[in-house]
Ligand binder design. Sequence first.
Ligand code: GLP
Length: 242
Amino acid sequence: MKSLCFPTAAEVAERAASIIVERIRAKPDIVLGLATGVTMEPVYEALLEAYRGGAISFADVTSFNLDEYTGLPASYPSSYRATMQRLLFDHVDIDPARTHLPDGDADDLDKAATLYERQIIAAGGIDLQLLGIGQNGHIGFNEPHSEFSTRTRTVALHSTTMQANAAFFPNRDVPRNAITMGIATILDAREIIILATGAVKRAAVTAALYEPVDESCPASALRSHPNTLWLLDAEARPLALA
Ligand code: GLP
């Protein structure tokens, strides 16, 4: 595993975007794994800038997002589908039929989860997975003590995760469940870049990078992945890396 540290969150986002731009240019029909969260917003802004400047096209890109809340219609503004539309998909030339998120509003969530795994395989697997990290070390919505062998499935959110995401919901009324790619699904990606910015992420990054690989910190599973790059700002950087 490699890690790069930058003074600011803006530089972390710029580097992430420039890697994505490079990969799209090298392989226009790339399969991207995408993530939501505040950390990713400047990454999508930078990608939009690259698109508007003519550096990249999304015309042949396929995308799979990590996760989605359950029980929300896709049109609900805080759903991850609506968020991705607002931040990226609505503004670029990506084929809407090739943008995928788990269907958190399906009648049969188990079936939706199985279908998602099949769709990823049918697309040839994920070339580049973009990841954030939760304050408790979660990746996607794989909360602490998720098994490393997990695949896409429905999960219950931890109270810390619900608190961290409460501001995005009226009356702080966050859904209690989500559907997420599993840890094994994430580890199947051929390349992973994981971003962490801000002091609230330092403990989780430290555990993921330096404490024993353990299901108590889902992001520590990335230590077994052959091609993962951590992009950190000064506040999230573990003291051991300072
Ligand atoms: C959310 C998402 C994750 C995201 C993480 C960090 O709950 N499910 O995919 O990476 O938490 O989010 P943020 O960047 O807002 O801190």
